[in-house]
Structure formats: C-alpha cells, structure tokens
Design a protein around this ligand. Structure first.
Ligand code: HEM
Length: 113
C-alpha cells in the first residue's frame, strides 16, 4: 500500500463527524468503520444504508485499496458505477479529493482491526 498510516490518522479527523473509528463500533450518521477496510461493502451490523448503496454493494464486494480510493474520491459516482444506475446516490456527501490524503487515510483504516 502506498499510504502512510500515521499521516492518515490525522486525515481521519475529517471522518469523525459521521463515523466512529474506535473498536466500540458505534454507528453515527455513517456506519462504524473499525474493521471495514478489507471487508465487505455494506455489512456493518445495525446501520441503515441507503438502498442505492446496498444495490452497489451487491455488485462491488470487498473494500480493498482500489475500491476505497474510488469511493472516497466521489462516493456517489462510485455507487452509480457499481449499481449501474446513473441516478443513484450515496448518503455520504463528503468527498476526499486529495490523492495522498486518500492513500494515507486508507492505510490508517487498514490498521483498524
Ligand atoms: C459510508 C469512509 C467521511 C457519511 C462510508 C463507507 C466508508 C466511509 C468506507 C462505507 C462503509 C461500509 O461499507 O459499511 C469514510 C471516510 C471518511 C468519511 C474514510 C473521511 C475521510 C464521512 C463524512 C460523512 C460520512 C464526513 C458525513 C457528512 C457516511 C454515510 C455512509 C458512509 C452516511 C453510508 C452511505 C450510504 O448508506 O449511502 N464512509 N467516510 N462519511 N459515510 Fe463515510
């Protein structure tokens, strides 16, 4: 992986408004992210995903580095692509545009297990 997990821990502060990253695995506006990287899309217990996100999850599969790079750059574009529906939306409206920030935060997420 190209990312720097220590730098990614700082980038991850941007996620905390909506996501719990701790091993308490609390769902907030977004699903708990502990253990999500490397696992299957859309499978956090007790979180109510959007229908469009779940349609994408059926086609997508695993949150590997490439999938997370694409999703974090533009969640709605990712969901549209995977769901095959040009009108689909992700409930996650936040975009992480900077490529290095994405690599770093993904490296950090991969340590949360
Ligand atoms: C979903 C990562 C920031 C709201 C997700 C998922 C990931 C993710 C990996 C899919 C999880 C799964 O498959 O269970 C991140 C990261 C962030 C970030 C790394 C910071 C860099 C945010 C922010 C918000 C947000 C700031 C709110 C403003 C959501 C919501 C979903 C979601 C609502 C569920 C999407 C749906 O049901 O359509 N996020 N997120 N996220 N995130 Fe984020």
């Amino acid at each position: 992986a190209a990312g720097d997990a220590a730098a990614g821990e700082k980038v991850a502060k941007k996620c905390l408004a909506c996501h719990d990253l701790s091993d308490a695995k609390a769902n907030k506006v977004g699903p708990a992210l502990f253990g999500v990287a490397g696992g299957s899309m859309g499978t956090v217990d007790g979180f109510k995903y959007s229908d469009d996100f779940l349609a994408a999850a059926k086609a997508a599969g695993t949150w590997d580095e490439a999938a997370l790079m694409a999703y974090l750059e533009d969640p709605t574009a990712y969901v549209r692509d995977k769901a095959g529906d040009p009108k689909a939306r992700s409930k996650m409206t936040f975009k992480l545009k900077d490529e290095k920030d994405r690599q770093d935060v993904i490296a950090y997420l991969m340590t949360l297990k």
